[in-house]
Design a protein around this ligand. Structure first.
Ligand code: SAM
Ligand code: SF4
Length: 443
């Protein structure tokens, strides 16, 4: 008999991607095998995101398209989970709109998936199970990781910051740090399994440990992980600028394996808008922080998130954002038009700026950042960079790809034996979004 198969469609951030790896681990333990093909799957899960409206719309469209599969295979289990389901009334609305969905669950009860699947098999109706409270992290949860080279490791759950535009604290609950020993043990196991790169995840890693009695702050955790044999690179995301300590800057500077790469979302360059966003820093404070980081770590690669068109943003406010982008000289910026999320404080603010104007602002911002990224990449022409090889390139030329410590994608001629190795690549053809080069040396 053929084995049972599953697939998971993931929307949103790395945290969601990693939750999907946990659900894949649970399903693998239950005897299911991964498939890319929804048509041959016995279980299909949609792990949803609700940070912006666009992500929600895509989920609706894509769930609707599963109905014919259910008609062909009535035993197919369709599950919808993740952040979107944690919003008030959403699970009920979804169950009514799509009665062929079998299970709806949230971000706090992934570990109940086997029970939910059993219940769904025995029920004609949609099984809905959403928990409001954080559960204690189940340290024994199996994880089926997508990559064999890089692994995500959660250091903390939830968020206490309540930026006024953001739905995350409502759907992910309050901050909860994992114990340092548990994190160290997980990273040691990953090193033993051959993983070379670890990315530590949290909505704001800089407040790691503040909810715990362990007296281990994030900088200490980095120093502990830096000593683990076998790991070559450590990254982390995300850092809230208001909590980025000098200790963290020094740890990044001193630790051999911590990449000189930092995602430091600014959101807006206008102090007035930052106040309305509840971000707890000013334009000047942010720029001083950037200067301090660059003074201590001159080769730092900085990236950011920026929201354009927050309610009440004027042309002048937007000019401040462009000014910060020019001065910070980011390697990369993720840019978004403000999306109204019901239940957040910003949703109640007047928002008179027409969509067209917001779109024009976004385009100016993208043009500016693209020019900066291109120029920075051009400067790497002729340089030899260290690359951790991840796998085949997506450029369709049969090449391999990897990343620099600064997180830039590099394509080069090579074969699969290089996967997981650190190599030196001479950059011969830099472009805006990736670098092409020639393999020089395998370490
Ligand atoms: N915790 C991280 C932080 O503080 O930057 C990231 C959380 S969020 C999943 C990722 C990004 O989505 C945010 O940095 C912000 O730029 C963007 N975002 C969040 N809410 C948004 C909204 N309502 N409209 C547009 N963009 C939003
Ligand atoms: Fe959202 Fe702000 Fe928390 Fe990031 S820090 S998840 S933007 S509330």
């Amino acid at each position: 008999m053929d084995s049972k198969k599953f697939t998971i469609v993931t929307y949103g951030c790395q945290m969601n991607e990693h939750d999907s790896e946990k659900m894949a681990g649970i399903l693998s333990d239950m005897g299911y095998e991964w498939t890319e093909d929804k048509a041959e799957a016995d279980v299909i899960l949609f792990n949803t995101c609700c940070v912006r409206e666009h992500a929600e719309q895509r989920v609706y469209g894509n769930i609707g398209m599963l109905k014919p599969l259910k008609q062909v295979n009535p035993d197919l289990i369709i599950g919808v989970c993740g952040c979107m389901m944690q919003q008030e009334g959403m699970a009920q609305k979804l169950a009514q709109t799509f009665p062929f969905v079998d299970i709806i669950f949230g971000t706090h009860n992934l570990n109940e998936l086997p029970k939910l699947i059993d219940e769904a098999k025995a029920s004609k109706f949609t099984v809905v199970d959403i928990h409001e409270q954080d559960h204690e992290f189940d340290e024994s949860m199996p994880i089926r990781r997508a990559s064999k080279v890089s692994a995500w490791v959660t250091v903390m759950y939830g968020c206490n910051n309540f930026c006024t535009y953001c739905i995350v604290p409502y759907v992910r609950g309050r901050e909860h740090s994992r114990r340092a020993d548990d994190i160290v043990n997980e990273v040691k196991e990953l090193a033993d399994q051959g993983y070379k790169e670890i990315t530590l995840l949290g909505q704001n890693v800089n407040s790691y440990g503040k909810d715990s009695d362990e007296k281990v702050e994030f900088a200490d955790l980095l120093r502990m992980l830096d000593d683990i044999e076998g790991v070559e690179r450590i990254r982390f995301t995300t850092s809230h600028p208001k909590d980025l300590s000098d200790n963290l800057i020094y740890a990044m500077r001193d630790c051999k394996k911590v990449c000189h790469q930092l995602h430091l979302p600014v959101q807006s360059g206008s102090t007035r808008i930052l106040r309305r966003m509840n971000r707890h820093y000013t334009k000047e404070g942010y720029l001083e922080l950037v200067e301090k980081i660059k003074a201590n770590i001159p080769d730092i690669a900085l990236s950011t998130d920026i929201i354009v068109g927050f309610p009440g943003e004027t042309d002048e406010d937007f000019e401040d954002t462009l000014d910060v982008v020019r001065r910070a000289q980011y390697d990369l910026a993720y840019t978004f038009i403000y999306s109204k999320r019901s239940g957040t404080p910003a949703a109640k603010l007047e928002d008179p700026t027409p969509r067209e104007i917001k779109q024009q602002r976004l385009q100016r911002l993208i043009d500016l950042q693209t020019a900066i990224t291109r120029e920075k990449n051009q400067r790497l022409n002729g340089a030899v960079v260290e690359v951790l090889v991840e796998g085949p390139s997506r450029n369709g030329k049969g090449q391999m790809m990897g990343r620099t410590a600064g997180n830039k994608v590099v394509n080069f001629e090579g074969d699969a034996s290089l996967i997981g190795k650190l190599v030196d690549v001479l950059i011969t053809e830099p472009s805006t979004w990736f670098l092409n080069g020639r393999l020089m040396n395998v370490k």
